[in-house]
Design a protein around this ligand. Sequence first.
Ligand code: ADP
Ligand code: MG
Length: 703
Amino acid sequence: MNPLDNDIKFVSGVGEVRAKLLGREIGVKSVRDMLYHFPFRYIDRTKIYSIGELNDTNTSGYIQLRVRVVGKNFFGEGRRRRFTLYVTDQTGKAELVWFQGIKWVENRFELGREYIVFGKPNFFRGELSMIHPEVESVEKALSRKEKSGLQGIYSTTEKLSTALGTKGLYTIICNLWGSVQGKIVDYMPQYLRQQYGLISLEEALYNIHFPQSAPKLKQAQYRLKFDELFGIQLNIQTLRSARTSVRAGFLFPKIGEAFNTFYTDCLPFPLTEAQKRVIREIRSDTVSGYQMNRLLQGDVGSGKTVVALASMLIAVDNGYQACMMAPTEILARQHFATIVKMLGKTSVRVGVLTGTTKTKERRQTLAALEAGEIDILVGTHALLEERVRFSNLGFVVIDEQHRFGVEQRSRLWTKNNNPPHILVMTATPIPRTLAMTVYGDLDVSVIDELPPGRRPIKTLHYYEQARLRLFGFIREQIEAGRQIYIVYPLIKESEKADYANLEEGFAAIVRDFPLPKYRVVACHGKMKADDKEESMRQFKCGEADILVATSVIEVGVDVPNATVMVIESAERFGLAQLHQLRGRVGRGANQSYCILMSDEKLSKESKTRLEAMCETTDGFRLAELDLKLRGAGDINGTLQSGTAIDFKIANPALDNQILQVAQQAAIAVLTIDPTLTTEQHRSLRELKERYSTDDNRDFSMIS
Ligand code: ADP
Ligand code: MG
């Protein structure tokens, strides 16, 4: 038996209880799982900085200090409460700040004692501070026996680090290494390792956990990233040749009544050239005989919905059903309303199905769908359920792709014998190779033109102290008949505090904007679906002036009369999200504004982000900057949330070069050995398998 397949509970220092916890918290069940739980960063244990040598320009990333605690204090009230630790070394002084777990932190530190502090330095007016640093007593830090100068830091969870201690995962990996050393079999054929300059798998795994030197760590990272991207490419390229070698795509040769009536009688505006071009591209896919798999990228507000609708109508004209899947209830309902309104003059039958559809209505809709009495079905994830059966589904639209996984997508096409054409829409611009890696085998279309007559949105950055000015401005806008969004961040890790912020903010708004003159509503995840919908309805039809919400409105809400988007704690949002939120205004004829509220203390990166938002409204430029600003973990989080591939180390956005090499390698291998059956390639199946998704299974069924 391969020692990597051993249950993690047999590793010394683990045992039944901790094994259960490891499985539940981070999905680690076997020795292999643990070995592939890589550090997300490393501390250079050999390097300790002194406060005096650090300044705004010579530091980036995390650093280590050795400091003495000279004072503690609490500041602020309620959600603004924070704890500050004053520390010094021989060369200067600094502040360590905590916003969460304050009580616990306070009790951990003794005045006069020395600690090793690890964190990201911030500078405010020349003063050094660190927010939420990792801290360890000097005695403890020095007593530890290190396997190398660079020590890995592993992502963990609150429960795990409570049970195992902060260094617990590192210790487990130290313990298990002895049992696998010399026994790790490399699936990569020798000739490929030579050709692509890859170190052995064992050496790579050793150095990723215990880097013997910085260059060795680089080589280890390269090898493991290569493996990951290569494994994915083996799947994608197999899939691609399957798709382009069978002509299993539905044919939509006809342009008929539905499309024509819509185009000539229903469209309230002429299409932009870009919209027309994309419809032509889709049209040529749907007469090619191959199954379409297309990603449509278009900035927020570029008019993707109409393109999707026109395409679905072509399917309907050819006797097929179409469906459109949206990531949220609100958005699905809105799409449904838009489509019903636009198709008023046609005989196309439209249905809607979401998680909150009532039983009776659901039964009717499902029956009608199976009988072919519904042409276009709009909905949420609910469309993926087993009981949703089409009579002949020919075209699928998925809005805002990043919320859905490849796996989920494939569940739609198992609803047919043949896979329907698939159009995936996203407002996040991504290069083609990257899109392929993250989303699978896709062709890409772009709407690179906004509808005419849009006025660029003015974006302003206000600090907390300008709140009165903000409220004055909101009053002016409401008096002029406009509507306002106020958005609060909501992040899983700090959900409780975030809801408290929102509730407090909502109460303050209601106080400052009293009835009957002002009508304020809220919309967030803790409310009942009916109440949420009622708030949205009131805001949409102008019965409410201000909508206070979490980022649920990020995607897709369309209220042309709303001209102000206020984003609270804007420093906590990523650029992509800020841009999406801003896209909610500027949809009508009036000048619109986006106001970014933030705390005064900002990290360098947050400042850069907010400045970029004020400077440009170009989504592509912001996306580029976003890639540059973010660390690997971050971008992976955003791009991958909802995608089926679980990248452990590669960052498809930043490792573009490795991606290209891996792609070439995969194509080369598959060209000489498409089914990986020869002696030298057989072991690669293990790798391919690891990165396979449901897509492949579906395609192999077809071919
Ligand atoms: P997104 O690409 O963000 O999904 P939407 O499809 O919601 O954008 O379109 C944004 C707004 O622009 C909608 O109100 C829509 O009716 C309008 N719109 C779309 N295409 C055009 C066009 N060619 N001319 C004018 N307005 C348009
Ligand atoms: Mg949209």
